[in-house]
Every structure is written in structure tokens, then in C-alpha cells.
Design a protein around this ligand. Structure first.
Ligand SMILES: [Zn+2]
Ligand SMILES: [Zn+2]
Length: 234
């Protein structure tokens, strides 16, 4: 083992002794997400979900895109989600992006990969992601969805491309539904002309659909068709 690699290994071993890896959900030592918790996440049942917008119970009649004219407009593309947005799901995502447990990126990528139909990775020419605002990136020290997109790219063998520049408007988290909708529009910009013509766009949580819609609109205007996947659906 080279000296540098050995030192890295030793630092990791010491860190693991002082702060053992614990499950983000049940605190059991061992893995960032233990097998029991990974098995019992709040999965969206594909057969019960809306085939268009991914709403958890919308297979026959979707409350989100059938009755909500605004959302109907906002989600003209296919969007599927892996988990229902419950307290446990929120904890998982928070531990990843706000507490900096970057190793969860691999778990979240496996979740979104699992909810996509097998034809999607064949259709896609690249995986891309909804970029974080500059301030969120500065606060966290990383662009959380970029990490998930890189992992998804590895799982599927489809290249990962950063196509979207960071959004211009402020962070959506402090805003209510109406605030989010009025905060939308033209927030994303595509840098240059994407080489890919078909992209799978990923994000962590889909609430109103406004952010994803903005991102996809910008990509489509640049000649790139989109399908989207999210870790969680409100
Ligand atoms: Zn656990
Ligand atoms: Zn729907």
C-alpha cells in the first residue's frame, strides 16, 4: 500500500472507531442505512402510482395531475418517484444533504434507479440533475444531487452531465406553495448546447413540480427531451 493510501486508510479507521457509522434512520451501528431500514422505507407502490406524475395513489385517478390544472400544466413529462415524503424519508434526505452524510448518495441513487422502468436507462443519453443554488452549495460544501447523479450514472452506465447552471431565484424551502409557484419561471439556464438529446433529470423532493418543470423547460428549449426521477414525492 502506498504511504498516502495507507495514511488515508488509517485516518478512516480512526474516524470509524471514534464516530462509528450509524444508520441514518435507526442509529444502529454498521451502515449509513441498515438493511432493515432499507427494506422498510416508505416506497411508492409502482402499481398504485400515477403513471404520468408519479403521485403515490394516482393510478386510476390522480389527485395531482387530473384535478390540479396548474400541476397538470407543470408536469407534461413523465416523472416517477421512489418514496412517499414521510418523516422517515425527510430524515433520510436531511441526513444526506444537510448533515453531510455523503455516503447516502449511493443509497439514494439505488432507490431512484429501482423506480425507473428498465427502458429508461436505454432511452437516456445522459443523467443530469437539478442543480443547487450557489448559496446552498456553499452552505453544504457539495451539490447533493450531483453526487446522486454520479452514482446513478455508475449504476446504469449512462454518462452524467452537469447541464444546468445553478438556479437564480432564492431557495424554495422557506416558501409556501403559492410562494414557490410565484418564485418559478426562468430560473434555470443551460450552459451551451447539450450533446445529449435525451436526459433523465433527477431531484430529491418533488412538491409542486415547479422546480422540476423549470429545469426541464430549460433543457427542452436547448433541444434535450426529459424524463424525471425524484427520491421523494410529497
Ligand atoms: Zn436502520
Ligand atoms: Zn398524476
Amino acid at each position: 500500500m502506498e504511504q498516502g493510501a495507507y495514511r488515508g486508510f488509517a485516518v478512516e479507521a480512526i474516524a470509524e472507531t471514534l464516530w462509528p457509522t450509524r444508520c441514518a434512520l435507526c442509529d444502529r451501528p454498521g451502515k449509513v442505512l441498515c438493511d432493515d431500514c432499507a427494506r422498510t422505507l416508505d416506497f411508492i407502490d409502482y402499481w398504485q402510482a400515477c403513471p404520468r406524475c408519479g403521485a403515490p395513489w394516482g393510478r386510476i385517478q390522480c389527485d395531482h395531475c387530473a384535478t390540479d390544472a396548474l400541476l397538470h400544466d407543470l408536469t407534461p413529462r413523465l416523472c416517477l418517484g421512489a418514496l412517499r415524503y414521510t418523516d422517515r424519508t425527510a430524515t433520510l434526505i436531511k441526513t444526506f444533504k444537510d448533515k453531510g452524510e455523503q455516503r447516502l448518495a449511493a443509497n439514494l441513487a439505488a432507490l431512484v434507479a429501482r423506480c425507473a422502468p428498465p427502458s429508461w436507462p436505454v432511452w437516456a443519453q445522459c443523467v443530469t440533475f437539478v442543480t443547487a443554488t450557489k448559496s446552498a452549495r456553499r452552505r453544504r460544501g457539495f451539490d447533493h444531487m450531483e453526487l446522486v447523479a454520479n452514482e446513478l450514472s455508475r449504476i446504469w452506465g449512462v454518462p452524467c452531465e452537469r447541464l444546468l447552471a445553478p438556479p437564480r431565484a432564492k431557495d424554495q424551502r422557506a416558501l409556501g406553495r403559492l410562494g414557490r409557484l410565484s418564485n418559478m419561471g426562468d430560473r434555470f439556464r443551460v450552459d451551451g448546447t447539450p450533446a445529449a438529446h435525451r436526459a433523465i433529470v433527477i431531484d430529491d423532493v418533488l412538491t409542486t413540480g415547479a422546480t422540476m418543470d423549470d429545469a426541464c423547460r430549460a433543457l427542452e428549449a436547448a433541444g434535450c427531451a426529459c424524463r424525471s426521477l425524484v427520491v421523494a414525492r410529497v
